[in-house]
Design a protein around this ligand. Structure first.
Ligand SMILES: C=C(O[C@@H]1C=C(C(=O)O)C=C[C@H]1O)C(=O)O
Length: 378
């Protein structure tokens, strides 16, 4: 499947000062002085292409600072006039869109909580109709790529062609070193579905602390993301929101200077030849892997039929345990990553279970059964 979005290339609507594209500014606009002085220091670094600031803040719990509101738009105007930097704010309602556009905000973004709600996205899309403003769409809080795609489609259907995605990570119930799990595979999947879509990484929200930002920012660039949105504050220690994850403008400058910029391709022929040669080897190995997986599944099917005839359960924990132990020991000897090996074997075992369940159900898939039973798609 490919995603059919009508997109204008990032470079055609954004003047990128310095590679990579850096969008920076405070999590929240707090005072005129805080915003304007942060903006001036950011501009002086020469590394920042867009000034961001939260004006309306979606807070998880009531009673917390919910953003300075419309007055902040006036401060942004001043910051823009003094620095020449285009400005970006988060919008979550039609009213926000109208006010931001009336105040001359250059780029709008849709936050993760809004992306998760199609009603909200549609309301924003309707308010955007007839306007030619760039819109960046953060991933939804939950790891559901369809919601992310749906939001991009709704905004694109409203006639907005200057669009991009922001990867800010996903909420997780499990304890993690990240504030929001990166789940890079989601961004990779989006890029695969729509290679022309610019994806900007937001390491501040993924990390939740400033120390990890350089690592995540570098990883994002190495995964060919088009830019970074990094929160900055003239004095993060007194920030009203997200104090732990904001950096000073000078720390931002240092962080960006230390990033290694790598190209998607190397211009020299020798590199291309060598890469081609190695990729041919990989192609051959992949063919063998898939061939062998096919052979394995044919045997799994035979076992499934045999179990069905003999009224034996699908899951055989002892055998599965044996496979895991044997497989990981072999992987260890080959210096293969054990976590990867386990995941791979689990995936293969899961497929065996799926196939044998289908056999027990006279060839009907789980999806077919769920749909026939509940009338809903599985
Ligand atoms: C194939 C079998 O069924 C299941 C699948 C297994 C596999 O994929 O290797 C192993 C044990 C069972 O849980 C089997 O019993 O051997």
């Amino acid at each position: 499947m490919k995603l059919n979005l009508n997109i204008q290339p990032l470079e055609s609507w954004l003047n990128i000062k310095n590679e990579p594209l850096i969008i920076s500014g405070p999590c929240s606009a707090e005072t005129e002085e805080q915003l304007v002085s942060t903006a001036n220091l950011l501009a002086a670094t020469g590394k920042v292409s867009v000034l961001r600031a939260g004006i309306w803040k979606p807070r998880t719990r009531p009673g917390e600072f919910e953003g300075i509101g419309s007055i902040g738009l006036e401060w942004l105007k001043r910051a823009k006039a003094e620095t020449g930097l285009p400005t970006a704010v988060e919008v979550a309602t039609a009213k926000h869109v109208e006010e931001a556009l009336a105040a001359g905000v250059d780029i709008l973004w849709i936050g993760a909580r809004s992306t998760a709600n199609p009603f909200t996205v549609q309301e924003i899309a309707d308010a955007l109709k007839g306007h030619d403003v760039p819109v960046l769409i953060k991933n939804p809080v939950n790891p559901d790529i369809s919601l992310w795609i749906g939001a991009l489609e709704r905004i694109n259907n409203a006639g907005i062609t200057k669009i991009g995605a922001i990867h800010r990570g996903f909420s997780s119930y499990e304890k993690s070193s990240f504030r929001n799990e990166p789940m890079w595979e989601m961004a990779i999947q989006l890029k695969t579905l729509c290679p022309t879509l610019p994806i900007i990484n937001d390491p501040s929200h993924i990390c939740g602390n400033r120390e990890l930002i350089p690592y995540i920012a570098q990883k994002a660039l190495d995964l060919d993301m088009q830019g970074l949105m990094i929160e900055s504050h003239i004095d993060p220690s007194v920030a009203w929101t997200d104090a732990k994850q904001q950096v000073t403008p000078s720390a931002l400058e240092e962080l960006v200077s230390k990033l290694n910029l790598r190209d998607p391709e190397a211009p020299n022929e020798a590199f291309a030849d060598k890469l081609g040669e190695l990729r041919q080897k990989i192609d051959k190995i992949d063919d063998i892997l898939i061939q062998k997986l096919g052979e394995r599944m044919a045997i799994v099917e035979q076992i499934g039929n045999y179990k069905k005839d003999n009224k034996v359960t699908i899951l055989q924990v002892n055998r599965w345990d044996e496979i895991l132990k044997k497989g990981t020991a072999f992987a260890k000897a080959l210096k293969l990553d054990l976590g990867f090996t386990e995941k791979f074997l689990e995936l293969v075992h899961g497929e065996s279970i799926r196939k044998q369940t289908e056999i027990m159900n006279e060839g009907k898939t789980e999806e077919e059964i769920v749909e026939a039973t509940s009338g809903e798609k599985a």
